[in-house]
Design a protein around this ligand. Sequence first.
Ligand code: SF4
Ligand code: SF4
Length: 447
Amino acid sequence: MNFFKYKAGTFNHGIHPPEMKDDTKGLPIRQFPFSPMIVLPLAQHIGAPSEPVVKEGDVVARGQLVAKANGYMSVPLHAPVSGKVKKIDYVPSISGKKNMGIYIESFPSSSQEVIEGHAIDLANASPGEILSGIQQAGIVGLGGAAFPTHVKLSIPEGKTCKYLIINGVECEPYLTTDHRVMLEQHEDIFMGLRYLIKALNPQKVYIGIEDNKRDAFEKLEQYKPLDLAVEMVLLPVKYPQGAEKMLVTAITGLEVPSGKLPIEVGAVVINVATTAEIGRLLPHGRGIQERVITITGPGIAKKGNYLITIGTPLRFILEQVSGENIKEVFMGGPMMGVSVSNLDIPITKGTSGIVAFKPQQSLENQSEYACIRCGACLDACPLSLNPSQLGILAKNEAYDLMASDHHLLDCFECGSCSYVCPSNIPLVQYFRVSKSIVRKRQAKAKS
Ligand code: SF4
Ligand code: SF4
């Protein structure tokens, strides 16, 4: 019998929404069919959009570079399928904004074999070559943030990486992507970890996993190579523990200051699926062309964890999994995900889940009432913000005051406050809009 010791620390506040993972957590990862048309947005990561290096009519092989990184804060795109470039044109996006993208008609009879590039030799590569290899592979945070991983791994002058934390928490309800990756791709995870350790030279390495994925914890513990000094940490289940700052506190006991990144306290946090992707791609010099996505929710008949080609349109996916009578679809889960208004948008590198609800379960059905000052949102907020006050200011369009006096920009949109609000006030939606307005104003003031 195994006994596990919980790490003593945790972060303040947080919530316990129903996990809703039982439908898919036991389902192995399966290859999803290739869509006849792939829609590849050039802006699918944080930073400058990629720059096309192909033109209409070009024939491309799966894994071939189709758009190069446009500067340091950017990553390239690789052809997710073998096919023909149909056009370079506007593509729909989840934000409603139309961005440019590459449409590729896939060849139905192709073997879809992936071409290889310049392999990064773990034994001889320098830290800089590893970071360059990660950028060339087009790797971004697969947990949903889509932040270029090579940038995250570049330690600023004067700082050092003391703690490398691999994030296997996956606290978002419904999603089981990382859970299945940990169960099925342990070799890739440990290979990725070797690259990360060589790039960062951390003093301590942790893999943090919540107690509702104990089988994954046991699997990684069992297969952990003897020469890798990695501490496995089993954490009690609490949302939003998968958020970087919360995880740093839960594991190291350190608090990341307001407005700062985890490196401020010497920590770098990398998602476990991103780690696996590094270990899978770098030894072969390949670019990322697919990712694991959980497709679930009451509106889906064929729920599962699927390996899906990036750029596959959502409409095609829902047809294959018998998504019917759907009222609302979330990309990325119901807490931190975004409700989709256009089924023609494609999945991108940052898409970790698709959750579909039928009309009677849709969150859109809830009426909003006045704040009763119950304080539940204050007790829920992991950053000890005052969501009630922020909500009132948002309604009064006092955006600058929200940022200057109430730490609006610290809010990472976990949705805990909205979840507990008995008045159904969509606080997180208010904060999303408010943050976007403040950021636009700040950018305008700088220019
Ligand atoms: S959405 Fe923002 S304000 Fe609300 S609980 Fe999360 S961090 Fe706090
Ligand atoms: S949880 Fe809702 S009703 Fe309660 S104080 Fe916060 S905003 Fe007001």
